[in-house]
Each structure stands twice: as C-alpha cells, then as structure tokens.
Design a binder for this molecule. Sequence first.
Ligand SMILES: *Cc1c(COP(=O)(O)O)cnc(C)c1O
Length: 418
Amino acid sequence: MIDFPQFEYQHDTLYAESVSLETIAKKFGTPCYVYSRNALTSIYYEFERAFSSDDYLICYAVKANSNLAILNLLARLGSGFDIVSGGELQRVIKAGGDPHKTVFSGVGKLADEMRMALAADILCFNVESIGELHLLNQIAAAMNKIAPVSLRVNPDVDAKTHPYISTGLKENKFGIPIEEAEQIYLSTDIFSHIKFVGLDCHIGSQLTELDPFVQAGEKLVSLLHRLRSHNLPIEHLDLGGGLGIRYTNEALPSIHDYIEALRKTLGPIKLKLLIEPGRSLIGNAGLLLTRTAYIKHTPDRHFAIVDAAMNDLMRPSLYKAYHQILPVSKREGTVCNYQIVGPVCETGDFLGHDRKLVLEADDLLAVMSAGAYGMSMSSNYNTRPRAAEVMVDGDTVHLIRARETIDQLTASEVILQT
Ligand SMILES: *Cc1c(COP(=O)(O)O)cnc(C)c1O
C-alpha cells in the first residue's frame, strides 16, 4: 500500500487535502481528475533540494499532463519544460512558461514545429536523426537563426520497464546510435546554422532501478570527454526523465538518491545538468474519481461498472498497468472480488481486475496515481466527453478544465450538402 500524504481518509471518507472527494463529486460530477497543488509543489521542491549546486534545470515533460494550470504552477516554481510537439510549445507559452527554459524532444519534428520553436528561441532541440539535423539547419538558415542542439543519443541500455515505454535500446526508434554521434558532432562545417550546446538521452519511463540511469550516464559522460577533447563547447548534459513512481508495492529509489546517482556519473566535470521528469512530478499528485453505475454479478464474475473508462485512463488497457483503487467512503459489508470496468464496448476496457471491495451501486471510487499519462492520453472513443479536472489547494477546489460537451465534440464535423 502506498502513502499519499495529500489523499487521506478522515472518518472513513477519502479527502484531497482538506476537501472530501464526496463534495468534489457532488459539485463537479464524475468522472473527474483531482489533483493536489500541495503534492505537486512538494515533489517539485524535493527535486530542487536534491540538487545541491545551482547548475541544473528541471524540464517538466509536458506530455505527462499538459493542463495549463499545472504548467502554470510549475512555471511559477521556476521549472523548465520538455516538449514533444509544436502544440505543447503553444501550451507552455499560454501557461506563462519560459521558452528559453524549454527543450524540444521527439523523433518526428516537422518543419512548422521547428519554425515555431526557433521563433520562440527555445533552449535546445534534442535532435534524434541526421535527417532532422539537416532539415533544422536548412530552416534555421532561412530564418537567419542559429539552432541550439543536443544530439539525443541512444546508449543501448535496458531500462527494465514495460517494452512500450523502453526507449534506450538499439532496436528502439529513439535517438542516434551513440557510436555515430561523435562523427556528427564533429561535422560542424556541414551544419552552418547549428550550434551544438548539449548532449542528451532518455532511456525510458517508470524505471524502478538506478542502475540503467547510471549505465546511460556513464556512456554519455565518456562521449562528453571525447567531445571536449575536440574543443566542442558542450554546455549541458540532459539525462532525460523516467524515474518511476509507486503504483503498488514497487521498491523505488528516492528522488534524492536518483539525483545523487546522476551527479556521480558526471564526476568532476563542471556543466549544467538537465533532467526531464514527467511521471515522478505529477503521477502521485492526481487521482481519477469515478462513480459506480452498476454492480453486475454473473455466474463467473463480479463486475463494478463505473462511469470512467479506457478513454479516460488508458494505462490499464494499454500497458496492463496497475492502479490502486480505493473506496471514497468505506462501508461495512461483505468483501467481493470485483472487476472494475467502464462502459466502453471493449473487453480491454477495465481500470482494475480482482479488487477486493465492499461496494454498492452509486459508490464513489478513487483510481490512484492517475496524475501522469491519465488525462493527457485520454480520447473521445465511444463519443465520451472528456472528464473534468480540478485542482485542490487546501480547502479550495479550482475547476481547471470543464467537462467536455457533446457539442464541443462534434463542432468541427461537417455533413455533406449534396
Ligand atoms: C516521456 C518523456 C519524458 C518523461 O518521462 P517520465 O517517465 O514521465 O519522467 C522525458 N523525456 C522524453 C524525451 C520523453 O519522451
């Protein structure tokens, strides 16, 4: 079992900070994502404290949760951002984030996105292929700009996580093979409008061990030494994101030990260290609140059919991910082994299997650890409007995204007139 300091029971009812989830459900309806401002802020400060010197930048991975309110809170804390699309750059700017603290990752950056990012003067492009480097050089030249670049190298390290979120193995689509990177860094004469400012990797997500981070870090530092011996002015080392969170009983390194391990791989080298945490910042600061619509007993199984589904939280369906599911109000009665499923017409539509709960129709459930890759991966499958999102701050609840309406869903669709 996990401790969620900002989501605790008071008299058998689950609270977000000082507000009961019953109250939130009544006021905002379900399904509803609920975040704790205090949880987010505390985790951000924990990262800050772990860096003992000033030479670092935390670049929050926007794709984990891109709500403007969350980006804005992080921007106010001084965070930078890691984006993977032009759309995410627009979000960062709208939320008051600083483009000069923003790095741009991703294997498929398009010309328009590069133009937008160059115009915004972002901190760095994390370039993942030679083709991308040529295009970026060409576009920067046309705009009369110099593009700041890190090569994202693929260090061929096993992150030991789910295969869909492993990104640092040589068979993955990500990054430039580390053996080829040095040659590219040395071809500065071909790339007149590129300035190599950094070196980058990101080996995967939900890592529960430090060893793969250390292996990747060591490979990058050894490359860094070679680049420096060629007098390349590399200013920062970006070691990506990927630190896992506790969904159930995983043994996890602390944020302090994680940063300490990254810093150690650097040895005595002086340069700026960047990290791109997503899940570890927001994952356990949010939950998905859902109401039980029906209890259905079949000869084989007990089903709790709830009003949240795979379109709201895709992780169980996509990765067989486990999320703890808690009753919002504890009740007395017989414990039953429930399959917690949504209304979507797919057998793959489940939030949890084999959960021992005392449950009746209309009861509220909290799907925990849903702050990261929850709302940001949601869809409108089955023409389901996306959930509302609220941010709790002490005894106040702020609506940070209204529930979608069916009219919004169909607004851009057009019926043939002939
Ligand atoms: C997704 C991603 C991250 C964030 O990963 P987390 O596991 O959420 O910390 C960081 N960097 C890049 C390049 C990513 O694609």
